[in-house]
Design a protein around this ligand. Structure first.
Ligand code: KG4
Ligand code: ZN
Length: 360
């Protein structure tokens, strides 16, 4: 029996430092991560300089820890994978430079991968506690929804990804975070809006659902945020506290409605009943519940990976890299970070919109 190929992967594109050891069948031997929420909380958002400084403190101990937990040595590692785009440049550099040094020292091939491709392939990850539905495979529709991105992809096969819908302005996670700031809930905002929504009335306030009537798969969340700001201004300060739950539940409902409406339209347009939701916002309890209801009603196979593979994580990066290394792809020392995806990473089919989501 030949041993399965094994890679060590690093994800440091934003504010989570994560390291994982992954096998070619998607099995995650171990993943260890360091969360920076406390460091950014006083500023109400991710501060790039603080993020990269914390990555450089956490990364080497995490690499050592994941090897120890897995009882593996560098000689057991067939490849090294690192997120090299898109993301915060300073954060990406920490991961890239570390992986380059290990690659040089131990003569292990390395590859840089697109963070979003990682999110798209997360449904194939498995471990001792979780595995995706047995027959789950391509093609599928994937909604990748996080603080920086909100797009719907037609995932035809490995490496064949078409963006079929995207937000014209803010990402859904950003809309959650900005609303949390307006209500002074704290950081990270999305999870707090989710928590305050519990017990709130989702119909108490009527927030706009932009573009929901359009057949296109484009989304927009900036109007929602402005309307929330106007509404909150009008509510007397002493009533804000008692309205918090209803405000959060209603605002959350507007986002969930838009996301699932567009996902359902995508499934119909592409005649596909396999649906994936991934990215940090997929942690949202209302989104999860409503997506499951929709899947039941429409007979979809719905895969929402467990949180450890939905939020930013190194396992998804490792799995993406191991597939690329298996195709003979590999990066050289000249590999650098990029704030944006490469032109060739995705195809676009945005029905009357250009690649950046602006109307043509
Ligand atoms: O994928 P992720 O961890 O990092 C990015 O690549 O952005 O996503 C982070 C985003 C943040 O905007 C955060 O507020 C949002 O996911 N988020 C949530 C929840 N948990 C995290 N949004 C709504 N409900 C949640 N429970
Ligand atoms: Zn992400």
């Amino acid at each position: 029996m030949t041993a399965l190929k094994t890679v060590l992967a690093v994800e440091s594109s934003c504010d989570d430092t994560s390291v994982a050891i992954v096998q070619e069948n998607g099995f995650v031997i171990n993943q260890v991560s360091a969360n920076q929420d406390l460091a950014h909380a006083p500023y109400g958002g991710v501060v790039p300089e603080i993020a990269s400084r914390n990555h450089s403190v956490s990364l080497l101990p995490l690499i050592q820890l994941v090897l120890e937990k897995s009882h593996l040595d560098w000689k057991d590692i067939d490849g090294l994978v690192v997120t090299n785009r898109p993301g915060l440049i300073g954060s990406l550099i920490v991961g890239i430079m570390t992986i380059k040094s290990i690659s040089q020292s131990y003569k292990i091939p390395m590859i840089g991968v697109n963070h979003l491709e990682g999110h798209l392939l997360a449904p194939f990850l498995r471990d001792h506690e979780y595995q995706p539905p047995e027959d789950f495979t391509y093609p599928y529709i994937a909604l990748a929804v996080s603080g920086g991105h909100t797009s719907i992809y037609w995932v035809e096969a490995f490496s064949q990804y078409t963006i079929i819908g995207t937000t014209k302005d803010d990402a859904a996670g950003e809309a959650f975070d900005k609303f949390a700031k307006l209500l002074k809930l704290g950081f990270p905002g999305g999870a707090l809006v989710d928590r305050f929504s519990q017990g709130g009335d989702p119909k108490a306030y009527d927030f706009p659902r932009s573009l929901i009537l359009e057949n296109s798969l484009m989304m927009s969340f900036s109007g929602l945020k402005s309307s929330a700001a106007r509404l909150i201004e009008k509510i007397p300060a002493d009533q804000i506290e008692s309205s918090k739950s209803d405000l959060c539940a209603s605002y959350q409902e507007a986002i969930v409605d838009v996301l699932l409406n567009k996902l359902e339209k995508a499934a119909t347009q592409y005649q596909c009943k396999k649906i994936v939701i991934t990215g940090g916002v997929s942690a949202n309890s209302r989104l999860r519940m409503c997506a499951q209801e929709l899947a039941k009603k429409k007979n979809y196979t719905l895969v929402i990976p467990p949180l450890r593979y939905c939020t930013d994580n190194a396992a998804m990066i490792g799995y993406t890299g191991i597939l690329r290394l298996a195709l003979g792809q590999q990066d050289e020392l000249s590999m650098g970070p990029s704030a944006e995806s490469k032109e060739t990473d995705f195809k676009y089919s945005l029905q009357g919109y250009s690649d950046n989501g602006k109307k043509k």
